[in-house]
Structures are given as structure tokens and as C-alpha cells.
Unconditional design. Structure first.
Length: 244
């Protein structure tokens, strides 16, 4: 059994060395805001593996941003539904690419965070305070993951912007965590990009927040994990989802 686990995990890692992904389009209430519009996307689709690096915030360090970086700020009403769309490369959907939107071996959770920011287009994203608004992890009944559901939905994940948060400019950090090689740290692969939002309406609730880096540790049970077994549960990294 032990040798089987190592062979499976090694083959999975080797077979999907470049089977990465990029968040590259946002929909508001079902309406596309444009390909690459209002999102800080890198040219390269590779992951971040160091949870202590500033790259874990919005990417863009070891994977430099595509230029020019979009200066668009997407208007979203508090309480609206948004859809994040991911694909293997910046070329978008590709039915001929078996690894689009991401290789099927890259099982793991899907999460989304918001952070208020003075100017959603500003370069510096350090020191922001983040709160989680969505997560989709393991369905223990059939051992399926958030990433599996994203793949079945052609790279799209839909969730709601909280209706009670204050109006203003925010970054939306959307993230996939691939656990196919996560039996030890560093091994988990973190894919994230940040969309630039202006949230309108809303209320006055101030959610509890976390920092990036800081919210994740390499020893977290949802980051260092052997997924090549039947799991009865899975602890998604980070805080609980904020609810109004």
C-alpha cells in the first residue's frame, strides 16, 4: 500500500508538471466583464508553493503579471453573484486541451477572499486584511473535491458577495489549492489571482480578518495531506466563511 501511494503520487506529479491554471474572467450576475478585464493575471500559469511568500497574496512575483496590468475596476453590488472562470492558459477555453481548465489530477479545495483596499489598482497589496466569503472542499460521500466540480463546470465557480459589508474598493482573491503532491510540505500547489472590485450598496458589518502571508501554515492539516486514501473529512485552510 505504501509503495502504491508513492507511485500514484509520483506519477500524478510527473504527468501534470505543466497542467496549471489561471483565474482570468469574472462574471457579475451572469454577465461577463471581459476576458482579462479587472484581474491581475500572470503570463505563466504556475503555482505558488511557499505559504510564507508575499506571492501567496495575489501572485505576480515569481510569476510576473501580464502587461499592461488591467486598470479596470469591476463594479459589483453587495449581494450580487459573481462567477470566477479559470483556464489552463491565457488563451481561454480550449476543448482540445485535456488539461483545461486544470489537470484532473489536481484535486483540492476552491476558496475566495475579499480585502478592502484604498485603490483596487494600487501596486502594493501587502498588509491587507482578508476575510473568506466562499469555500468548496471535499465531499466525503463520493471523495470529490471543489476542483473536480470546477472542472465539470468548465472552469467556473459561482458565489455571492456578502450583502452586509461596507461599500468601497476591494480585491477578490480567488484560489485553488491542488493537493496531488501534498503528502509533505512544500508540496501543495496554490493558484490565485486577484480581481479589482468596487462594491456598491452594502451595509456596515466589519468581518473578522486574516493576513496573507500568515493565514496558512505548512503544517496545516489541509495543506500537508495524503489524499490517496479514503478521507472521512477535510479541513479547508484558513478561517471560516464570513456570513452576514
Amino acid at each position: 500500500m505504501r509503495s502504491t501511494f508513492f507511485s500514484l503520487s509520483a506519477l500524478s506529479a510527473l504527468a501534470s508538471v505543466s497542467a496549471h491554471t489561471i483565474f482570468q474572467e469574472l462574471y457579475v450576475n451572469g454577465v461577463s466583464q471581459g476576458h482579462l478585464t479587472g484581474i491581475r493575471v500572470p503570463d505563466y500559469d504556475g503555482p505558488i508553493s511557499d505559504v510564507t511568500s508575499n506571492d501567496i497574496i495575489c501572485n505576480g512575483g515569481i510569476n510576473p503579471y501580464h502587461t499592461p496590468i488591467s486598470q479596470e475596476v469591476i463594479k459589483v453590488a453587495a449581494g450580487a453573484t459573481v462567477t470566477a472562470e479559470w483556464h489552463h492558459t491565457l488563451n481561454g477555453a480550449d476543448a482540445s486541451d485535456s488539461a483545461d481548465p486544470i489537470d484532473a489530477s489536481h484535486h483540492g479545495p476552491v476558496v475566495a477572499y475579499l480585502a478592502a483596499i484604498p485603490d483596487a489598482t494600487q501596486t502594493d497589496v501587502t498588509g491587507l486584511k482578508w476575510f473568506k466569503i466562499y469555500e468548496d472542499g471535499l465531499n466525503a460521500s463520493d471523495q470529490s473535491w471543489g476542483v473536480d466540480r470546477l472542472i465539470k463546470n468548465d472552469g467556473k465557480v459561482t458565489f455571492t458577495i456578502p450583502s452586509c459589508i461596507p461599500a468601497g474598493q476591494y480585491l477578490l482573491r480567488h484560489e485553488l489549492i491542488a493537493l496531488h503532491a501534498a503528502s509533505s510540505y512544500p508540496g501543495a500547489q496554490f493558484y490565485m489571482e486577484c480581481a479589482q472590485l468596487e462594491i456598491t450598496g452594502g451595509g456596515s458589518t466589519s468581518p473578522a480578518t486574516v493576513s496573507f502571508p500568515g493565514a496558512y501554515k505548512g503544517s496545516d492539516p489541509g495543506i500537508a495531506i495524503n489524499i490517496y486514501q479514503t478521507l472521512s473529512s477535510y479541513t479547508i485552510p484558513g478561517p471560516s466563511v464570513f456570513k452576514c
